[in-house]
Design a protein around this ligand. Structure first.
Ligand code: 3PG
Ligand code: MG
Length: 395
Protein backbone atom coordinates (compact mmCIF):
# COMPACT_ATOMS: atom_id res chain seq x y z
CA UNK A 1 0.00 0.00 0.00
CA UNK A 2 1.26 3.50 -0.83
CA UNK A 3 1.53 5.61 2.27
CA UNK A 4 0.92 9.32 2.36
CA UNK A 5 4.54 10.07 3.21
CA UNK A 6 5.74 8.25 0.09
CA UNK A 7 3.72 10.54 -2.12
CA UNK A 8 4.36 14.13 -3.21
CA UNK A 9 1.11 15.96 -3.92
CA UNK A 10 2.70 19.00 -5.54
CA UNK A 11 0.44 20.25 -8.31
CA UNK A 12 -1.96 17.34 -7.77
CA UNK A 13 -5.65 17.33 -6.99
CA UNK A 14 -6.23 14.67 -4.36
CA UNK A 15 -9.68 13.12 -4.22
CA UNK A 16 -9.89 12.18 -0.55
CA UNK A 17 -12.52 9.86 0.93
CA UNK A 18 -12.92 10.88 4.55
CA UNK A 19 -15.42 9.65 7.12
CA UNK A 20 -17.04 12.86 8.30
CA UNK A 21 -20.14 11.03 9.46
CA UNK A 22 -20.10 13.04 12.69
CA UNK A 23 -22.89 13.54 15.23
CA UNK A 24 -24.78 16.86 14.95
CA UNK A 25 -27.23 18.32 17.47
CA UNK A 26 -30.57 19.98 16.68
CA UNK A 27 -28.73 23.24 15.90
CA UNK A 28 -26.46 21.38 13.44
CA UNK A 29 -23.45 21.83 15.67
CA UNK A 30 -20.87 19.04 15.71
CA UNK A 31 -21.01 17.30 19.10
CA UNK A 32 -17.96 15.08 18.57
CA UNK A 33 -15.33 16.16 16.05
CA UNK A 34 -12.94 13.22 16.62
CA UNK A 35 -13.15 12.13 12.99
CA UNK A 36 -12.44 15.63 11.68
CA UNK A 37 -9.54 16.13 14.04
CA UNK A 38 -8.14 12.75 13.08
CA UNK A 39 -8.20 13.46 9.32
CA UNK A 40 -6.66 16.93 9.61
CA UNK A 41 -2.98 15.84 9.33
CA UNK A 42 -3.79 14.02 6.08
CA UNK A 43 -5.34 17.13 4.55
CA UNK A 44 -2.54 19.36 5.84
CA UNK A 45 0.13 17.11 4.34
CA UNK A 46 -1.53 17.33 0.90
CA UNK A 47 -1.78 21.12 1.13
CA UNK A 48 1.75 21.52 2.49
CA UNK A 49 3.11 19.59 -0.51
CA UNK A 50 1.46 22.13 -2.79
CA UNK A 51 -1.53 20.00 -3.67
CA UNK A 52 -5.25 20.62 -3.32
CA UNK A 53 -7.87 18.39 -1.73
CA UNK A 54 -11.36 17.42 -2.81
CA UNK A 55 -13.07 15.85 0.18
CA UNK A 56 -15.93 13.40 -0.12
CA UNK A 57 -17.95 11.78 2.67
CA UNK A 58 -21.32 10.48 3.68
CA UNK A 59 -23.35 11.79 6.60
CA UNK A 60 -26.03 9.65 8.16
CA UNK A 61 -28.24 7.39 6.11
CA UNK A 62 -30.43 9.53 3.82
CA UNK A 63 -33.00 7.33 2.11
CA UNK A 64 -34.41 9.29 -0.83
CA UNK A 65 -32.03 11.80 -2.33
CA UNK A 66 -30.95 15.13 -0.87
CA UNK A 67 -32.22 16.06 2.58
CA UNK A 68 -31.31 19.31 4.25
CA UNK A 69 -30.58 17.68 7.61
CA UNK A 70 -27.95 15.44 6.05
CA UNK A 71 -26.15 18.25 4.22
CA UNK A 72 -22.42 18.43 4.78
CA UNK A 73 -22.56 22.24 4.52
CA UNK A 74 -22.84 22.36 8.32
CA UNK A 75 -19.26 21.15 8.55
CA UNK A 76 -17.71 23.85 6.38
CA UNK A 77 -16.88 26.36 9.12
CA UNK A 78 -15.33 23.74 11.42
CA UNK A 79 -13.27 22.33 8.57
CA UNK A 80 -12.09 25.80 7.52
CA UNK A 81 -10.91 26.42 11.07
CA UNK A 82 -9.14 23.07 11.35
CA UNK A 83 -7.41 23.26 7.98
CA UNK A 84 -6.54 26.95 8.27
CA UNK A 85 -8.10 27.75 4.90
CA UNK A 86 -11.56 28.71 3.68
CA UNK A 87 -13.14 25.43 2.53
CA UNK A 88 -15.24 25.62 -0.65
CA UNK A 89 -18.45 23.63 -0.92
CA UNK A 90 -20.22 21.86 -3.79
CA UNK A 91 -23.96 21.44 -3.11
CA UNK A 92 -23.95 18.34 -5.30
CA UNK A 93 -21.12 15.80 -5.18
CA UNK A 94 -21.28 15.18 -8.92
CA UNK A 95 -22.47 17.31 -11.85
CA UNK A 96 -21.37 20.60 -13.40
CA UNK A 97 -20.92 22.56 -10.23
CA UNK A 98 -18.63 19.96 -8.64
CA UNK A 99 -16.67 19.59 -11.86
CA UNK A 100 -16.03 23.32 -12.28
CA UNK A 101 -15.23 23.92 -8.61
CA UNK A 102 -12.77 20.99 -8.65
CA UNK A 103 -11.22 22.18 -11.91
CA UNK A 104 -10.68 25.68 -10.52
CA UNK A 105 -9.10 24.49 -7.28
CA UNK A 106 -5.64 26.01 -6.67
CA UNK A 107 -2.75 24.48 -4.71
CA UNK A 108 -3.46 24.84 -1.00
CA UNK A 109 -7.24 24.91 -1.48
CA UNK A 110 -9.89 22.50 -0.22
CA UNK A 111 -13.27 21.63 -1.71
CA UNK A 112 -15.90 19.67 0.23
CA UNK A 113 -18.46 17.74 -1.80
CA UNK A 114 -21.95 17.28 -0.44
CA UNK A 115 -23.19 13.97 0.98
CA UNK A 116 -22.37 11.06 -1.33
CA UNK A 117 -25.39 9.13 -0.07
CA UNK A 118 -27.77 11.61 -1.71
CA UNK A 119 -27.17 9.19 -4.58
CA UNK A 120 -28.25 5.57 -4.20
CA UNK A 121 -25.38 4.76 -6.54
CA UNK A 122 -22.97 5.39 -3.68
CA UNK A 123 -24.10 2.54 -1.42
CA UNK A 124 -24.78 0.33 -4.44
CA UNK A 125 -21.15 0.68 -5.47
CA UNK A 126 -22.21 1.88 -8.91
CA UNK A 127 -19.34 2.00 -11.40
CA UNK A 128 -20.56 4.91 -13.51
CA UNK A 129 -21.05 7.01 -10.39
CA UNK A 130 -17.60 6.05 -9.11
CA UNK A 131 -16.12 7.01 -12.46
CA UNK A 132 -17.78 10.43 -12.31
CA UNK A 133 -16.28 11.00 -8.89
CA UNK A 134 -12.89 9.84 -10.08
CA UNK A 135 -12.81 12.55 -12.77
CA UNK A 136 -12.64 15.21 -10.06
CA UNK A 137 -9.09 14.38 -8.92
CA UNK A 138 -5.72 13.02 -10.10
CA UNK A 139 -4.85 10.92 -7.06
CA UNK A 140 -7.12 8.89 -4.78
CA UNK A 141 -6.57 8.99 -1.04
CA UNK A 142 -8.66 6.87 1.28
CA UNK A 143 -8.62 8.01 4.88
CA UNK A 144 -12.12 6.83 5.76
CA UNK A 145 -11.32 3.92 8.03
CA UNK A 146 -14.77 4.19 9.67
CA UNK A 147 -16.38 3.33 6.32
CA UNK A 148 -13.75 0.89 5.05
CA UNK A 149 -16.05 -2.08 5.73
CA UNK A 150 -18.47 -0.80 3.08
CA UNK A 151 -17.88 -1.66 -0.58
CA UNK A 152 -19.35 1.63 -1.72
CA UNK A 153 -18.58 3.67 -4.84
CA UNK A 154 -16.39 6.21 -3.04
CA UNK A 155 -14.69 3.80 -0.62
CA UNK A 156 -13.86 0.95 -2.96
CA UNK A 157 -15.04 1.06 -6.58
CA UNK A 158 -13.58 4.49 -7.33
CA UNK A 159 -10.04 3.19 -6.67
CA UNK A 160 -9.96 1.23 -9.91
CA UNK A 161 -10.05 4.48 -11.92
CA UNK A 162 -6.78 5.70 -10.43
CA UNK A 163 -3.18 4.77 -11.10
CA UNK A 164 -2.19 6.43 -7.82
CA UNK A 165 -4.00 5.20 -4.71
CA UNK A 166 -2.78 6.32 -1.33
CA UNK A 167 -3.55 5.23 2.22
CA UNK A 168 -4.23 8.22 4.51
CA UNK A 169 -2.73 8.72 7.97
CA UNK A 170 -5.93 7.77 9.80
CA UNK A 171 -6.32 4.56 7.83
CA UNK A 172 -2.66 3.71 8.45
CA UNK A 173 -2.79 4.41 12.19
CA UNK A 174 -6.00 2.44 12.62
CA UNK A 175 -4.58 -0.62 10.91
CA UNK A 176 -1.27 -0.36 12.80
CA UNK A 177 -2.96 -0.07 16.18
CA UNK A 178 -5.36 -2.93 15.53
CA UNK A 179 -2.43 -5.09 14.43
CA UNK A 180 -0.45 -4.16 17.50
CA UNK A 181 -3.25 -5.31 19.79
CA UNK A 182 -3.97 -8.48 17.84
CA UNK A 183 -0.45 -9.63 17.06
CA UNK A 184 1.89 -8.18 19.58
CA UNK A 185 0.08 -7.54 22.86
CA UNK A 186 1.95 -6.97 26.09
CA UNK A 187 0.43 -9.13 28.81
CA UNK A 188 -1.85 -9.29 30.59
CA UNK A 189 -4.19 -8.43 27.73
CA UNK A 190 -7.74 -7.56 28.75
CA UNK A 191 -10.67 -7.00 26.43
CA UNK A 192 -13.76 -5.24 27.72
CA UNK A 193 -16.87 -5.87 25.68
CA UNK A 194 -20.13 -4.06 26.29
CA UNK A 195 -23.09 -2.67 24.44
CA UNK A 196 -26.59 -3.91 23.90
CA UNK A 197 -26.28 -7.07 21.86
CA UNK A 198 -24.27 -10.28 22.07
CA UNK A 199 -25.11 -10.96 18.44
CA UNK A 200 -23.05 -7.92 17.33
CA UNK A 201 -20.02 -9.18 19.21
CA UNK A 202 -20.00 -12.97 18.70
CA UNK A 203 -17.31 -13.05 16.04
CA UNK A 204 -15.01 -10.62 17.79
CA UNK A 205 -15.40 -12.45 21.10
CA UNK A 206 -14.53 -15.75 19.45
CA UNK A 207 -11.50 -14.18 17.85
CA UNK A 208 -10.39 -12.57 21.09
CA UNK A 209 -10.60 -15.84 22.98
CA UNK A 210 -7.45 -16.85 21.11
CA UNK A 211 -5.66 -13.66 22.14
CA UNK A 212 -6.64 -12.32 25.53
CA UNK A 213 -5.93 -13.25 29.13
CA UNK A 214 -9.08 -11.61 30.48
CA UNK A 215 -12.42 -11.02 28.84
CA UNK A 216 -14.76 -8.67 30.67
CA UNK A 217 -18.39 -8.61 29.62
CA UNK A 218 -20.68 -5.82 30.74
CA UNK A 219 -23.53 -3.71 29.41
CA UNK A 220 -26.82 -4.91 27.98
CA UNK A 221 -25.31 -8.05 26.49
CA UNK A 222 -24.31 -9.40 29.91
CA UNK A 223 -27.93 -10.16 30.83
CA UNK A 224 -28.17 -12.82 28.14
CA UNK A 225 -25.19 -14.55 29.78
CA UNK A 226 -26.83 -14.23 33.21
CA UNK A 227 -30.15 -15.64 32.04
CA UNK A 228 -28.39 -18.58 30.42
CA UNK A 229 -26.89 -19.39 33.80
CA UNK A 230 -30.37 -19.49 35.34
CA UNK A 231 -30.42 -15.98 36.81
CA UNK A 232 -33.49 -13.77 37.02
CA UNK A 233 -32.99 -10.76 34.79
CA UNK A 234 -36.48 -9.21 35.02
CA UNK A 235 -37.13 -6.95 32.04
CA UNK A 236 -33.46 -6.50 31.16
CA UNK A 237 -32.27 -6.73 27.58
CA UNK A 238 -31.98 -10.33 26.46
CA UNK A 239 -31.48 -12.20 23.22
CA UNK A 240 -33.30 -15.43 23.89
CA UNK A 241 -31.96 -17.06 20.75
CA UNK A 242 -28.40 -16.53 22.00
CA UNK A 243 -28.65 -18.27 25.39
CA UNK A 244 -26.96 -21.46 24.19
CA UNK A 245 -24.29 -19.46 22.45
CA UNK A 246 -23.29 -17.62 25.64
CA UNK A 247 -22.79 -21.00 27.32
CA UNK A 248 -20.60 -22.11 24.44
CA UNK A 249 -18.54 -18.93 24.69
CA UNK A 250 -18.03 -19.53 28.41
CA UNK A 251 -16.93 -23.11 27.71
CA UNK A 252 -14.54 -22.00 24.99
CA UNK A 253 -13.05 -19.40 27.31
CA UNK A 254 -12.47 -22.05 29.94
CA UNK A 255 -10.89 -24.43 27.44
CA UNK A 256 -8.52 -21.72 26.24
CA UNK A 257 -7.56 -20.59 29.74
CA UNK A 258 -9.17 -17.16 29.30
CA UNK A 259 -10.74 -15.67 32.42
CA UNK A 260 -14.21 -14.48 31.53
CA UNK A 261 -15.76 -11.98 33.92
CA UNK A 262 -19.45 -11.10 34.15
CA UNK A 263 -21.00 -8.47 36.42
CA UNK A 264 -21.78 -9.64 39.96
CA UNK A 265 -24.17 -6.80 40.76
CA UNK A 266 -26.26 -4.43 38.73
CA UNK A 267 -28.05 -1.09 39.02
CA UNK A 268 -31.68 -1.69 38.18
CA UNK A 269 -34.55 0.69 37.41
CA UNK A 270 -38.32 0.28 37.14
CA UNK A 271 -38.45 2.28 33.92
CA UNK A 272 -36.13 3.19 31.06
CA UNK A 273 -35.40 6.75 32.11
CA UNK A 274 -32.91 8.65 34.19
CA UNK A 275 -35.37 9.51 36.98
CA UNK A 276 -36.87 6.04 37.42
CA UNK A 277 -36.74 4.30 40.83
CA UNK A 278 -33.37 2.63 41.21
CA UNK A 279 -31.64 0.08 43.38
CA UNK A 280 -28.62 -2.20 43.29
CA UNK A 281 -29.10 -5.98 43.38
CA UNK A 282 -27.13 -9.14 42.67
CA UNK A 283 -26.90 -9.81 38.96
CA UNK A 284 -28.97 -13.00 39.26
CA UNK A 285 -31.72 -11.35 41.30
CA UNK A 286 -33.43 -8.78 39.15
CA UNK A 287 -37.16 -8.73 40.03
CA UNK A 288 -39.86 -8.75 37.36
CA UNK A 289 -40.76 -5.25 36.25
CA UNK A 290 -37.18 -4.03 36.75
CA UNK A 291 -34.32 -3.85 34.30
CA UNK A 292 -30.55 -3.71 34.66
CA UNK A 293 -29.14 -0.47 33.26
CA UNK A 294 -25.59 -0.35 34.64
CA UNK A 295 -23.02 -2.48 36.43
CA UNK A 296 -23.08 -2.17 40.23
CA UNK A 297 -20.39 -1.00 42.70
CA UNK A 298 -18.84 -4.44 43.41
CA UNK A 299 -18.53 -5.06 39.69
CA UNK A 300 -17.00 -1.64 39.12
CA UNK A 301 -14.38 -2.41 41.73
CA UNK A 302 -13.58 -5.85 40.33
CA UNK A 303 -13.49 -4.76 36.69
CA UNK A 304 -11.33 -1.72 37.39
CA UNK A 305 -8.75 -3.78 39.29
CA UNK A 306 -8.41 -6.12 36.32
CA UNK A 307 -8.17 -3.30 33.80
CA UNK A 308 -5.69 -1.29 35.84
CA UNK A 309 -3.27 -4.20 36.13
CA UNK A 310 -3.37 -4.91 32.37
CA UNK A 311 -0.65 -4.00 29.89
CA UNK A 312 -2.91 -4.14 26.83
CA UNK A 313 -6.55 -3.06 26.93
CA UNK A 314 -9.13 -3.19 24.18
CA UNK A 315 -12.45 -1.58 25.03
CA UNK A 316 -15.56 -1.80 22.90
CA UNK A 317 -19.01 -0.91 24.17
CA UNK A 318 -20.44 0.82 27.26
CA UNK A 319 -21.18 -0.86 30.59
CA UNK A 320 -24.63 0.67 30.87
CA UNK A 321 -27.00 3.27 29.49
CA UNK A 322 -24.40 5.99 29.91
CA UNK A 323 -26.48 8.57 28.03
CA UNK A 324 -28.45 8.80 31.32
CA UNK A 325 -26.19 10.19 34.09
CA UNK A 326 -27.69 7.83 36.68
CA UNK A 327 -26.48 4.79 34.72
CA UNK A 328 -23.13 6.17 33.58
CA UNK A 329 -20.99 5.22 36.57
CA UNK A 330 -19.95 1.83 35.20
CA UNK A 331 -18.84 3.25 31.87
CA UNK A 332 -17.11 6.22 33.55
CA UNK A 333 -15.26 3.89 35.92
CA UNK A 334 -14.01 1.73 33.06
CA UNK A 335 -12.88 4.86 31.22
CA UNK A 336 -10.91 5.99 34.30
CA UNK A 337 -9.35 2.55 34.67
CA UNK A 338 -8.30 2.49 31.03
CA UNK A 339 -6.59 5.84 31.58
CA UNK A 340 -4.81 4.45 34.65
CA UNK A 341 -3.66 1.37 32.76
CA UNK A 342 -2.28 3.65 30.05
CA UNK A 343 -0.45 5.82 32.61
CA UNK A 344 0.98 2.59 33.91
CA UNK A 345 2.75 2.02 30.57
CA UNK A 346 -0.07 -0.04 29.14
CA UNK A 347 -1.38 0.23 25.58
CA UNK A 348 -5.08 1.03 25.23
CA UNK A 349 -7.23 0.92 22.15
CA UNK A 350 -10.76 2.28 22.36
CA UNK A 351 -12.99 1.08 19.57
CA UNK A 352 -16.57 1.64 18.67
CA UNK A 353 -18.69 4.74 18.53
CA UNK A 354 -20.12 4.60 22.06
CA UNK A 355 -16.96 3.85 24.04
CA UNK A 356 -15.12 6.46 21.97
CA UNK A 357 -17.73 9.12 22.79
CA UNK A 358 -17.66 8.12 26.46
CA UNK A 359 -13.88 8.60 26.53
CA UNK A 360 -14.07 11.88 24.64
CA UNK A 361 -16.95 13.28 26.70
CA UNK A 362 -14.90 12.69 29.83
CA UNK A 363 -11.96 14.52 28.24
CA UNK A 364 -9.77 11.40 28.22
CA UNK A 365 -9.18 11.30 24.48
CA UNK A 366 -5.50 12.23 24.90
CA UNK A 367 -5.00 10.03 27.96
CA UNK A 368 -5.48 6.70 26.22
CA UNK A 369 -3.20 5.28 23.55
CA UNK A 370 -5.62 5.40 20.64
CA UNK A 371 -9.30 6.18 20.11
CA UNK A 372 -10.48 4.47 16.95
CA UNK A 373 -12.61 6.41 14.47
CA UNK A 374 -14.25 3.16 13.45
CA UNK A 375 -17.12 1.27 15.02
CA UNK A 376 -18.22 -1.51 12.73
CA UNK A 377 -15.07 -1.20 10.64
CA UNK A 378 -12.76 -1.88 13.57
CA UNK A 379 -14.82 -4.83 14.73
CA UNK A 380 -14.84 -6.36 11.26
CA UNK A 381 -11.12 -5.83 10.87
CA UNK A 382 -10.44 -7.45 14.21
CA UNK A 383 -12.76 -10.32 13.35
CA UNK A 384 -10.32 -11.05 10.53
CA UNK A 385 -12.48 -9.83 7.66
CA UNK A 386 -10.96 -8.15 4.65
CA UNK A 387 -12.15 -4.55 4.55
CA UNK A 388 -13.08 -3.68 0.95
CA UNK A 389 -11.81 -0.11 1.38
CA UNK A 390 -8.40 -1.41 2.42
CA UNK A 391 -8.27 -4.11 -0.24
CA UNK A 392 -9.00 -1.51 -2.94
CA UNK A 393 -5.86 0.40 -1.94
CA UNK A 394 -3.76 -2.73 -2.21
CA UNK A 395 -4.69 -3.70 -5.75
C1 3PG B 1 -20.17 4.83 10.96
O1 3PG B 1 -20.32 5.87 11.59
O2 3PG B 1 -20.45 3.71 11.41
C2 3PG B 1 -19.56 4.92 9.59
O3 3PG B 1 -19.47 6.24 9.19
C3 3PG B 1 -20.30 4.07 8.59
O4 3PG B 1 -21.63 4.48 8.52
P1 3PG B 1 -22.74 3.41 8.10
O5 3PG B 1 -22.83 2.43 9.22
O6 3PG B 1 -24.02 4.22 7.93
O7 3PG B 1 -22.29 2.77 6.82
MG1 MG C 1 -22.32 2.24 11.51
Amino acid sequence: MNTLDQFNFEGKKALVRVDFNVPLNAEFEITDDTRIKAATPTIKKILADGGSAILMSHLGRPKNGPEEKFSLKYLVSTLSERFGTEVKFAEDCVGEDAVSLAAGLQPGEVLLLNNLRFYKEETKGDEAFAEKLSKLGDVYVNDAFGTAHRAHASTTIVAKFFADKVCGYVMQAELDNAEKVLNNPQRPFTAIMGGAKVSDKILIIEKLLDKVDNLIIGGGMSYTFTKAKGGNIGNSLCENDKLELTKELEEKAKAKGVKLYLPSDTVIADDFNNEANRQTVGNQDIPDGWMGLDIGPDTRKQFSEIVESSKTVLWNGPMGVFEFPNYAKGTDTIAESVVKATENDGFSLIGGGDSASAINNLGYGEKVSYVSTGGGALLEYMEGKVLPGVAALEN
